[in-house]
Design a binder for this molecule. Sequence first.
Ligand code: ADP
Length: 393
Amino acid sequence: MKVLSVNAGSSSLKFQMYEMPEEKVLISGVFERIGLDNSFYTIKINGEKIEKKCDVKNHGDAINKLIDELLENKVITSLDEIKGVGHRIVHGGDKFSKSVVLDESILKEIEQLNDLAPLHNPANVMGVREFIKAIPSAVQVGCFDTAFHQTMKEDRYVYATPYEWYEKYGVRRYGFHGMSHRYVSERISEILDKEFCNVIVCHLGNGGSISAVRDGRCIDTSMGFTPNSGIVMGSRSGDIDYGIIQFISKKTGKSIEEIDTDLNKSSGMLGISGVSSDFRDIDKKIGEHHKPSILAHHIYVNSIVGYIAKYFVELGGVDAICFTAGVGENAPHIRRMVLDRLSCLGIKVDKKVNDEIRFGKEGIITKDDSSVPCYVIPTNEEVMIARDTANLI
Ligand code: ADP
């Protein structure tokens, strides 16, 4: 069965087509700068990557071009071969605790959550509507970034703010990156051959979050009401004292919205180092003994170690700690800095193996006598979407 896994942003559309249940990727790609000048798309097929510049006016236009490519490349011979389209949807609020088949009434429910994710949900829903128009015979499925974290209990997701904020306005911890945390926790359960296990998942990408997972269910996660809380990220601050917002507003005359932008786009690794939000750029500067970049690394590692320690205690010990996403998969020095700090728990990193596991490799990075095995597990949110879509079909 052929299933598309898609992620529609405000000016982009990422896609993968899978043959299910084999989970074979038939074609993948991304449309960028939709509705802007110089729009283009790239497709990967049979190990070849092709970039095409063309005018992509809107998402409907992108989908039509995608369908043309599928037909031209003989990935499909007719549209009804596409049995399902799975959509990544950022926010499911507390309404959606798993992936669902989408119809107009569910889309309206999702739209009621737009206030919670004003930058993402409207684009996600618009993508769904365009796919319904373009491929009406396919089952459309919504897969929510927040759903995996819906198993958290009240004492983990309610903030110590006036309770009415939660009741009236839905102010609570939601958590994000759910498809990734779920993928990694399912994979580690397979690797350990243990259905019931305690796992800490460190999704360290440009955005980053850490989750405590017991028996496949999330019990706590570092992102909160928005993706800005928790660990330090590429350009996001992570946890800060909220008093800073009022203080900076008074000092600079900036509005809350401007400060929010600063905390999202000019903080984190970029804010501290002044170099970049990308660890590769910062690593180069560290080679030149650039002090702010070195400081950024230490602050980053501190924030990760803090969450791992907290979740280690919350879970009452763990069967594994897993690293995933851009930094977690590709930056052995960050993993080593984190794990060295956890040596008081008896964790012993294997420096040689740790250095070798990167660029899509999966494996264990601790010594045999480490109290807890630690793993690198490359994430795969797209395949989770395809799996949920195929299952719901
Ligand atoms: P997102 O999906 O949030 O955009 P990713 O999981 O793709 O993020 O991670 C992207 C980040 O991973 C980059 O910004 C960069 O900091 C980091 N990264 C990617 N490759 C490497 C590498 N080889 N060494 C160090 N960091 C890397």
